[in-house]
Design a binder for this molecule. Structure first.
Ligand SMILES: NC(=O)c1ccc[n+]([C@@H]2O[C@H](COP(=O)([O-])OP(=O)(O)OC[C@H]3O[C@@H](n4cnc5c(N)ncnc54)[C@H](OP(=O)(O)O)[C@@H]3O)[C@@H](O)[C@H]2O)c1
Length: 342
């Protein structure tokens, strides 16, 4: 039984400790035991370890909001017994996927096709569901219109780009480094704009976004950065456009002029997957899961840059926050299913 523990909130590389001890928890009739195979290191996990996330961890805690594993024991019940032996995506009610064995309610697992690749199964839900909901439910951009998105080289940004392209949208990718422009073009971005939040870049960035829209209405923008990027994206939208804020990567409060909202009918809206899921009917959740199952190997795939063992958690969290990384960093709990890779 190995796990990663956070005892006190702080910087992940110092706050996290690896432990190889621990007794197995017992099951009640509505729970299953999952032998974990892999889990991603997402920005939300790192915020939770710092004590800065909307869902606070109850310390000491095992972090990890999603992952993949195999059900090895059922506490009972028809569904629990049916789950036995199945490959499942695990979304624990609080957190806890960064460990080898995990007991969760049967309602916290999603059965996956047995042949799904483990790296894609590890990242099955959080980013793919967010990308899908943002582009098909929260907003419904008209085919032929343009969208602008920041942090476009993130795992989620890449999903949004591919999905938007498949919907016939013109895509404008805002990034903070020039060395990602080629990659984003390959992913299907129609234009790339580099903006680091430096006020001196703002006019040129705004002009580039407007030129890149090529006369199409810029109805929607998507921002997980915050700070000055919010102001830039709001300015760049067409009158009546909407910016959806879904992250706080810069740690900065949104800087937007009220005048840009007052005079043009533009809006800013927030999105949080946990909230959205809580308000969804069972039928809509099942439809969403079916849709993701058909798209995670394609438009909603995750590029992986490195895979670490739980014991190497300090290096893993450092790699996950290294600027310009080429893909998602995963943790493996079973190297026969997902070998380490650096
Ligand atoms: N609201 C929700 O329900 C929800 C759900 C899922 C994800 N999210 C959010 O979506 C965002 C992306 O997640 P992910 O898993 O795709 O991330 P990821 O693959 O780990 O990538 C992180 C990205 O953030 C960029 N970044 C980091 N700090 C930045 C800053 N100060 N300014 C500009 N860019 C910065 C990095 O840019 P470089 O490449 O330049 O280093 C990198 O591309 C996160 O904020 C996450 O919390 C929200």
């Amino acid at each position: 039984m190995s796990k990663v523990i956070v005892g006190n909130f702080g910087e992940p590389a110092s706050a996290l400790v690896f432990s190889a001890d621990g007794a197995q928890a017992t099951l009640n009739s509505k729970q299953v035991r999952v032998r974990m195979l892999a889990a991603p290191i997402n920005p939300s996990d790192l915020m939770a370890i710092r004590g800065e996330y909307s869902k606070m961890l109850d310390l000491p805690a095992v972090p990890g909001f999603e992952g993949v594993g195999r059900v090895v024991e059922s506490g009972g019940g028809l569904f629990g017994r049916w789950l036995q032996g199945k490959l499942v995506s695990v979304l624990p009610p609080s957190a806890g996927t960064w460990q080898s064995d995990l007991v969760v309610p049967t309602t916290s697992v999603i059965p996956l096709p047995s042949g799904m690749k483990i790296d894609q199964a590890a990242t099955f839900f959080v980013n793919p569901a967010t990308a899908w909901l943002l582009l098909t439910h929260v907003t419904k951009p008209r085919a032929g219109s343009a969208i602008v998105l920041s942090a476009a080289a993130s795992a989620l940004g890449r999903m949004l780009l591919r999905l938007a392209k498949s919907q016939g949208l013109r895509t404008i990718a805002v990034i903070r480094r020039t060395d990602q422009e080629g990659l984003l073009r390959e992913l299907g971005a129609d234009a790339t704009v580099v903006y680091t939040g430096d006020p001196q870049q703002e006019q040129a960035a705004l002009h580039s976004i407007q030129v890149a829209a090529a006369g199409r209405p810029l109805q929607f923008g998507f921002d997980p950065v915050g700070g000055k990027t919010v102001g830039l994206l709001v300015k760049s939208l067409s009158a009546g456009g909407k910016l959806v804020c879904y992250g706080t990567l810069s740690g900065q409060p949104a800087e937007v002029s009220p005048r840009d909202l007052m005079t043009t009918g533009k809006q800013i809206e927030g999105f949080w997957l946990a909230d959205r899921m809580a308000g969804m009917s069972l039928i809509s959740k099942i439809a969403l899961i079916r849709r993701l199952s058909s798209l995670v190997a394609g438009l909603l795939r995750t590029e992986v840059s490195a895979v670490y063992r739980l014991a190497d958690i300090k290096e893993a969290v450092t790699a996950a926050e290294t600027p310009g990384k080429s893909g998602k960093v995963l943790l493996t709990m079973d190297e026969t299913s997902l070998p380490t890779r650096r």
